[in-house]
Design a protein around this ligand. Structure first.
Ligand code: CS2
Length: 470
């Protein structure tokens, strides 16, 4: 038997389940990007608000492309179990906030109707770095235009992807989409309506939620006594910091009551998270992929990699952060990375590296350069990225690059066997990865080339060891 509305009552008593009515009200939130992250993070915040009696936080979840997850969730009435596990303990919970689901590619009309529904007050997004395309903008605009035409109130549209200034980026993308052609009077009206009635707050979201594995699904059926094809595993820690710029200002106090931080200054949280957590993640993921270590926990469990990550954050990232409690943040991150319950695949995190590196590494390198300080850890990480594009790990196992730039990167990367320095120069010349300044910085190119040679000759572990013992 499956987990679903009918079987919910049969769950063991220690599993936290929704006690509110999930059918009587229309959803108030449309979420685009129904991946693991949203379901174990924001959906659990909204679950809390629903449990507190506010019926406006049910979710219409939209899978952007693949129907398989949506099909599983539909068969389970939007229910799924989340294992929350770390050094503090293990518990299972079934959040109940997901009320409806659609797939954007095949059910576009339903998504537009959901955005335009009178009950909708928020649209939240986790569509990944590469998801910010004109097609996304058009989807949102088509839905929002229906709202405007029906004279409905504006809404809060909250980008929650790992991009600096994500709210500004999303707003700019929508406006650019309206302005791609000669602006009609109707377009001008839409631009005014967006400015006057919709809010695009920036937000930083944090919780480590790996893609589910067969082991997690097996643990779920053990714990629930029911099959759950949409179960997830996460850590106890979660953080959501959102800019105090909401279409309905009264939402601020509500979100705060559920543990969300609502503040005028999201920037300092964003930059610390992107460069410390995500920056370390990408470095470890690439190291793990090249050395053949499968999980983040297997990487941070190695003393030399742990020391590398500690120093990367403390010496090269922290000096450029506005968040003053960075040392506590760093130490907490190292513990979180080591969480043995999270089998967080290095290849999952290495996915889309070309889209992730720009937010995660160059700001710290540029900060160090401006201060005449060392950027050796980032240079080694960049060298490992070049090595990663070979598509075969040090023990000899081939792997695929899962990246919109995969073909380009692998073509460039293949040259490192015969012309390593030229290959490094070609990869570092790409402004889409490194920004406009680094590709012209001779010292940066020299140090990445140095570490790349070292990695090719002696391996990643040897290079990391040498750097942390220096
Ligand atoms: C990770 C993030 O896959 C990745 O790129 O770095 O998903 C990370 O786990 C989350 O941002 C944590 O909040």
């Amino acid at each position: 038997m499956h987990l679903c509305a009918l079987t919910l009552a049969s769950l063991p008593a220690d599993i936290h389940t929704p006690v509110y009515d999930r059918r009587r009200h229309a959803p108030g939130v449309v979420h685009l990007g129904l991946g693991a992250f949203h379901r174990a993070h924001q959906a659990m915040v909204f679950d809390q608000l629903l449990a507190d009696g506010d019926t406006r936080w049910g979710i219409h979840g939209v899978g952007m492309t693949r129907p398989d997850l949506v099909n599983h969730l539909r068969a389970q009435d939007g229910l799924y179990a989340v294992r929350v596990a770390d050094g503090q303990g293990v518990k299972w919970q079934v959040p109940g906030a997901l009320w409806r689901t659609s797939v954007a590619t095949t059910e576009r009309h339903d998504v537009l109707q959901a955005i335009a529904a009178p009950s909708t007050r928020w649209v939240t997004l986790t569509v990944t770095e590469k998801g910010y395309t004109p097609a996304l903008a058009q989807l949102l605009l088509d839905g929002l235009r229906l709202r405007q035409q029906a004279d409905l109130p504006g809404i809060t549209i909250a980008s929650c992807d790992n991009l600096q200034g994500n709210g500004h980026k999303l707003q700019a993308l929508l406006k650019a989409q309206i302005s791609t052609h000669d602006i009609t009077a109707q377009d001008a009206g839409m631009l005014r309506w967006l400015d006057a009635h919709c809010a695009f707050p920036c937000s930083m979201v944090d919780r480590i939620v790996p893609a589910a594995t067969p082991e997690v699904l097996a643990a779920a059926s053990q714990a629930l006594g029911l099959r759950d094809d949409a179960a997830l595993s996460t850590e106890g820690f979660w953080e959501w910091v959102i800019e105090d710029r909401l279409a309905d200002p009264l939402d601020a106090a509500l979100l705060q009551s559920a543990g969300v931080r609502v503040t005028p200054d999201v920037h300092s949280y964003e930059e610390a998270k992107l460069r410390m957590l995500n920056g370390s993640h990408t470095a470890m993921a690439l190291m793990g992929a090249v050395t053949g270590r499968p999980f983040i926990a297997s990487c941070i469990g190695e003393p030399h990699i742990r020391s590398f990550v500690h120093r990367l954050m403390g010496q090269e990232v922290a000096p450029h952060l506005s968040r003053s409690d960075w040392a506590d943040y760093r130490d907490a991150l190292i513990t979180r990375f080591g969480n043995p319950y999270l089998k967080h695949s290095v290849h999952q995190i290495a996915t889309d590296s070309s889209q992730k590196i720009p937010q995660r590494w160059p700001p710290s390198v540029l900060g160090q350069i401006a201060q005449g300080a060392s950027f050796e850890h980032h240079a080694l990480a960049a060298a490992v990225f070049v090595r990663y594009t070979l598509g075969v790990d040090e023990p000899g196992q081939a792997y695929a690059l899962n990246d919109p730039q995969a073909t380009n990167l692998m073509t460039m990367g293949a040259a490192q066997r015969t012309a390593p320095a030229a290959c490094v120069r070609a990869v570092l010349a790409r402004e889409d990865l490194w920004g406009s300044a680094l590709p012209h910085n001779a010292a940066w190119i020299a140090r990445v080339t140095h570490w790349h040679q070292h990695v090719l000759q002696h391996g990643v572990d040897h290079a990391v060891q040498q750097l942390v013992e220096a």
